[in-house]
Design a protein around this ligand. Structure first.
Ligand code: SOE
Length: 386
């Protein structure tokens, strides 16, 4: 059987999620290629050496340039901060490696487009980490919509709410610095519901948004792990130059209307991704905090018995579930990463298209940039103009 040697760049939050996904793949899925966790890469030798052992990688590198040029590596998986995506992805593709890249694809639309052009020219497979597409309940929502059960789609409403930076003394982590992350709550959180909306409903036509930075300066960070971080008591402060919160409205190519909210200032909401799609014959509702469930309303149900029904979307032959536990044994956040990796590995092994690929990353960056532009101009922006 074909073997695929992976090289992973990054070993923190997303590095862990991807390492776990690759480790679970062979255990639970019958893939058409064997995945080898060949080499993990990070700048700090002490930390990356520890990560290699803990996350189960055969070896490590401290230079991504070296990693992407290694002959024994077939796939480069990028989980480093966003400002690293472009150089690594382009170098990887030019070295003939298939590329998986975390979202958002790049710091801006121009860079995202350059990445797409490069992977296409190189003829390598490319995929972007919109992991929430791979929750079985979202896949079920897609099946329901594609089967026409909602009728004509009229509305999308989505929000992604977190609260990890509400404390003004929370440090200036890389997610709050434009030169490293490109965009704040919109690019980090909004990217997910922009992608889900495109997946479920179709392309955006126009957008109009407002963005706000509530806390404009924060102490410089000493250490960060996942979404927690600390700063020294006497730490100097730096400027926050991305949005803490963004709201926007949109029109879709199919005529539907959208309402969206991304923020890290919604106290009490830890990782609350919500999306609802309404048509003239029904609605579907998904909340990540109850990710094994999908709510579905159908106007075709018998009169007097109509109402939202709660579907346990991790039963009944729902997408991906037959690979896991006996019926009724629910799954979690980390499984979405296993599912996306499964699709990526199968696409490489069988030379079939990947999805979502870098063109979906470009489309997402296009909408992010359109929302930013509209917030600056205080006006509606047509997506076609970008
Ligand atoms: C941080 O806000 C973050 O980890 C995002 O970067 C992820 O994409 C999201 O899934 C969870 O929150």
């Amino acid at each position: 059987m074909k073997e695929l040697n992976f090289g992973l760049v990054g070993y923190k939050f997303m590095g862990k999620a991807h390492s776990n996904a690759l480790a679970r793949l062979g255990m639970f899925f019958d893939c058409d290629a064997v995945v080898n966790k060949k080499c993990i890469c990070g700048r700090d030798e002490e930390w990356v050496a520890q990560a290699a052992v803990k996350l189960g990688w055969e070896g490590y590198e401290t230079s991504w340039e070296k990693l992407v040029s290694r002959k024994d590596i077939d796939v480069i998986d990028i989980t480093a901060p966003s400002n690293m995506h472009k150089s690594i992805a382009i170098a990887a593709a030019e070295n003939g490696k298939h590329v998986f890249c975390e979202k958002p694809l790049a710091l801006n639309l121009a860079d995202a487009r350059e990445m797409l052009e490069t992977v296409k020219r190189a003829g390598v497979k490319h995929q972007i980490g919109f992991n929430y597409r791979f929750a079985p309940a979202i896949q079920l929502a897609k099946q329901i919509i594609d089967a026409g059960k909602l009728g004509a789609i009229r509305h999308v409403r989505a929000s992604y709410l977190q609260d990890f930076i509400t404390d003004p003394e929370f440090p200036l982590v890389w997610r709050l610095q434009k030169s490293i992350c490109g965009s704040g709550s919109l690019g980090d959180l909004g990217a997910h519901f922009i992608d889900l909306s495109r997946f479920l409903v179709g392309d955006f036509k126009s957008v109009m948004g407002i963005q706000k930075t509530f806390i404009k300066s924060r102490p410089l960070v000493e250490r960060m792990e996942g979404l927690t971080a600390n700063a020294r008591a006497d730490a100097p402060r730096g400027e926050v130059d991305v949005d803490d919160g963004t709201v926007f409205i949109s029109e879709f190519e199919n005529g539907a209307l959208g309402v969206f909210e991304a923020t890290r200032f919604s106290a009490g909401h830890k990782n609350d991704l919500f999306i609802e799609v309404s048509g003239d014959r029904g609605s579907v509702r998904f909340s990540f905090e109850r990710m094994n469930e999908l709510q579905f309303y159908s106007a075709d149900d018998e009169e007097g018995l109509q109402g939202f029904r709660l579907i346990q979307a991790s039963e009944g032959g729902h997408p991906y579930m037959s690979h896991w536990w006996p019926v009724g044994h629910v799954i979690g956040y980390e499984h979405t990463f296993v599912h996306e990796m499964y699709e990526f590995v199968q696409a490489i092994a069988n030379d079939t298209p990947t999805c979502p690929d870098f063109s979906d990353g470009v489309e997402c960056s296009r909408i992010i940039e359109a929302v930013e532009l509209s917030a600056q101009r205080r006006a509606m922006v047509d997506i076609a103009a970008l």
